[in-house]
Design a protein around this ligand. Structure first.
Ligand code: SF4
Length: 259
């Protein structure tokens, strides 16, 4: 759900001429906001501004796809979702299918024995509560309320809820996946021990909602292509002067060794 976005080139009118020092998260809010702004502008200049486009005609489809994508890559999740769509004519049929059969259908997503009952439980609860599978009422709720409503369902955490709210409804939510979590903490936008939910709260509190979509996608792209988990390619990074991890590593490298 996070791949394949169109991108427009980016010409910042007010891009910071020099980079602010990224302080720890305990720094005044304005410093954190400036640090996030600097990262956003720099990534937008490097990768462009992804253009928001609807990924799914049906928000329930988006929700189920995000459950399928947990602990696997987009390709496997997309394959499982396509198989599910091909196997069942509607959500009623998915809800009523034998669980083992559904697990076999979605096996390419991995953890199918957990995901199949989770999907059915979610559909059952939606249907019991509303008498239908429509989620369009979420569009009218404030984002915090919509997120609380969604996270009542087993298997729907803040990331899944935020992905759905951002991508399917265009709501001002900032999803934090493994790449966003890693890159933001290396940059020093959040403390090392910050949970993904904490990073989400920090960014949502310190960046304009219009940036959530491009910043989320650009951080993922940066995490995949440059700031990789095992070995960040700092030599190819456009964020070195904004990065706490890089500064720390430079200091350690420059430190004279004891005689
Ligand atoms: S300088 Fe290195 S650690 Fe920092 S964001 Fe870039 S690649 Fe990641």
């Amino acid at each position: 759900m996070t791949s394949g976005a169109a991108v427009s080139s980016y010409h910042p009118l007010a891009s910071p001429a020099s980079s602010p020092i990224i302080g720890p998260v305990t720094a005044p809010d304005t410093e954190l906001a400036a640090a996030i702004a600097a990262v956003h502008h720099r990534l937008a200049a490097a990768y462009g501004l992804p253009i928001r486009q609807p990924h799914h005609e049906d928000p329930v489809a988006g929700l189920i796809l995000t459950i399928l994508s947990q602990n696997t890559n987009d390709r496997n999740a997309d394959r499982a979702f396509a198989a599910l769509r091909a196997a069942y004519p509607d959500w009623q049929a998915v809800m009523r299918a034998p669980t083992a059969e559904l697990a076999a259908v979605i096996r390419s997503a991995g953890l199918a024995a957990q995901k199949a009952p989770r999907i059915q439980k979610l559909l059952r609860r939606l249907y019991e509560e509303q008498g239908h599978f429509d989620l369009s009422h979420l569009a009218a709720l404030p984002v915090g309320e919509a997120r609380r409503w969604l996270t009542r369902f087993e298997g729907v955490g803040h990331k899944t809820a935020s992905v759905l709210l951002l991508f399917a409804f265009g709501q001002p939510a900032f999803p934090v996946d493994t790449h966003v979590h890693r890159v933001t903490r290396r940059l020093g936008l959040a403390p090392e021990q910050a949970t993904p939910d904490r990073v989400m709260a920090l960014v949502e509190a310190h960046a304009p909602p219009d940036w959530f979509y491009p910043l989320h996608l650009n951080l993922i792209r940066h995490g995949r292509q440059v700031c990789q988990a095992r070995r960040p390619r700092c030599e190819a990074c456009v964020l070195t002067d904004l990065c706490a991890f890089y500064r720390r590593r430079e200091r350690e490298t420059a430190r004279p060794t004891a005689p």
